[in-house]
Design a protein around this ligand. Structure first.
Ligand SMILES: [Zn+2]
Length: 125
């Protein structure tokens, strides 16, 4: 059996839906949702509502913890690379490319590179 994850919504158990009501006959309580897969917030929240509850409570702490943007950032040739894809009409496949939003230069990209969130041509800053 696969490991079940708990919804990280701080108020998940407060929403009184049938699927959250669990336990023995006379001892049922509304509980945090457990599932093998969630679709919201990078697989951490059972619903948009639970994700939004987390945001409402923790967004300020998260910004303070990870650092706020304190200066205007500028789009330059060095940080204008964006992953995108076109369709190859002959094969009906995606053709992945890096496209520079300033110079319009394109460079080929593999599907693995496209999906790898750490892979980038952008320089820091
Ligand atoms: Zn939830």
């Amino acid at each position: 059996m696969s490991e079940l994850k708990l919804c990280q919504g701080p108020k998940c158990h407060q929403y009184q839906t049938k699927d959250r009501l669990k336990g023995m006959k006379d001892n049922k309580t509304y509980q945090t949702r457990r599932r093998s897969n969630f679709y919201y917030g990078n697989n951490n929240f059972c619903s948009w509502v639970c994700l939004n509850d987390w945001h409402s409570i923790y967004i300020e702490q998260a910004l303070d913890h990870f650092g706020r943007t304190t200066e205007v950032k500028h789009l330059t040739e060095q940080n204008a690379w964006q992953k995108t894809y076109d369709w190859d009409n002959r094969t009906d496949d995606r053709v992945y490319v890096y496209r520079n939003g300033i110079t319009k230069e394109e460079r080929p990209l593999t599907r693995e590179q496209y999906r790898d969130t750490n892979y980038t041509l952008n320089e820091r800053g």
